[in-house]
Design a protein around this ligand. Structure first.
Ligand code: SAM
Length: 278
């Protein structure tokens, strides 16, 4: 992969766009990921992907990116996030027996302890400094019951998803996320390539599935195309503009856009829209 980030494959992207809670996700309807199978196309270092898997109740989340170095960083992100996650409430055995009386007391104590800790909002249960010094905590083997829970409900793949199927596509998804990637697909593969991408998203979604799109504005293409001669040449032939995307998507069988608002700072200020597969 060339050193020029012609796919928007920025390394350290989330140091420029840091957020423990991604504001784009906060714009979405709260139940959208509950029990869902989610594909995050262009997952970069996996921060958004991990947040969906950890906090939004998704059963399965797959992040795909064209840049293998980023995908390896995404797997590391999973380990980091797992290390920082506080343990859940301990299980109390033996309720009902004499022993159970003691256990109930212990349970009350442990609940009180945990709620005190959560008041202190526990991000430093395993501080980042521990990870720097000792490495991340190992991920325990998944038991069947935990398969739909972080960190077992997430995986990453390296692929150019515009042209390559990944095995998870066959089962189809409830939600496909495309945050800040349409410009890169558009500049690399032209109007037809972008349309093919939208078609593929339609194909891999279940009926009533949701496509969540955060398109970059047309005026940001100028700077992007300057980084590479091929992108500059490709850009000359582009007829489609981001304002046309809604009509293209509806012509492929999606409903009209649901606009959830605009978020992000400075050059990252972009709309987040959702299209339902009819
Ligand atoms: C600007 S970053 C956006 C990262 C992330 N979606 C976000 O908004 O937080 C675009 C990402 O899309 C990836 N990408 C671009 N074209 C791709 C393709 N055809 N298939 C898979 N990933 C792609 C890049 O490698 C990069 O990590």
């Amino acid at each position: 992969m060339s050193n020029t980030p012609i796919y928007g494959n920025y390394h350290g992207y989330y140091t420029k766009r840091p957020s423990a809670k991604d504001p784009r996700l906060s714009l979405l309807p709260s139940g959208i990921f509950r029990g869902a199978r989610v594909l995050d196309v262009g997952c970069n270092e996996g921060w958004v992907t991990c947040e969906i898997a950890q906090y939004w109740g998704a059963d399965k989340v797959v992040g795909v990116d064209i840049d293998d170095t980023l995908v390896r960083a995404a797997w590391r992100r999973r380990r980091t996030v797992w290390s920082l996650q506080a343990p859940s409430e301990p299980k109390v055995e033996g309720l009902g027996s004499e022993e159970g009386v003691i256990s109930k007391k212990r349970k009350r104590e442990s609940q009180a302890f945990l709620s005190e800790k959560s008041k202190l909002s526990l991000p430093d249960y395993f501080p980042m400094s521990c990870e720097h010094e000792f490495g991340s905590l190992p991920v325990p083997p998944s038991q069947n019951r935990g398969k739909q829970v972080f960190p077992h409900n997430i995986s990453f793949r390296t692929a150019d998803w515009t042209s390559t199927e990944i095995p998870e596509d066959a089962e189809r998804y409830t939600v496909v996320i495309a945050f800040s990637i349409s410009k890169w697909i558009h500049l690399n593969t032209g109007d037809e390539g972008l349309k093919n991408f939208f078609r593929r998203v339609y194909q891999v979604l279940e009926p009533r599935g949701a496509f969540v799109l955060e398109p970059q504005a047309w005026d940001t293409y100028a700077k992007a195309k300057r980084m590479d001669e091929r992108l500059k040449e490709n850009a000359k032939d582009l007829k489609l503009r981001p304002d046309d995307f809604e009509n293209i998507l509806t012509s492929f069988g999606f409903g009209r856009a649901q606009h959830f608002g605009t978020t992000g700072e400075g050059g990252f200020r972009r709309p987040v829209d959702m299209f339902i597969k009819l």
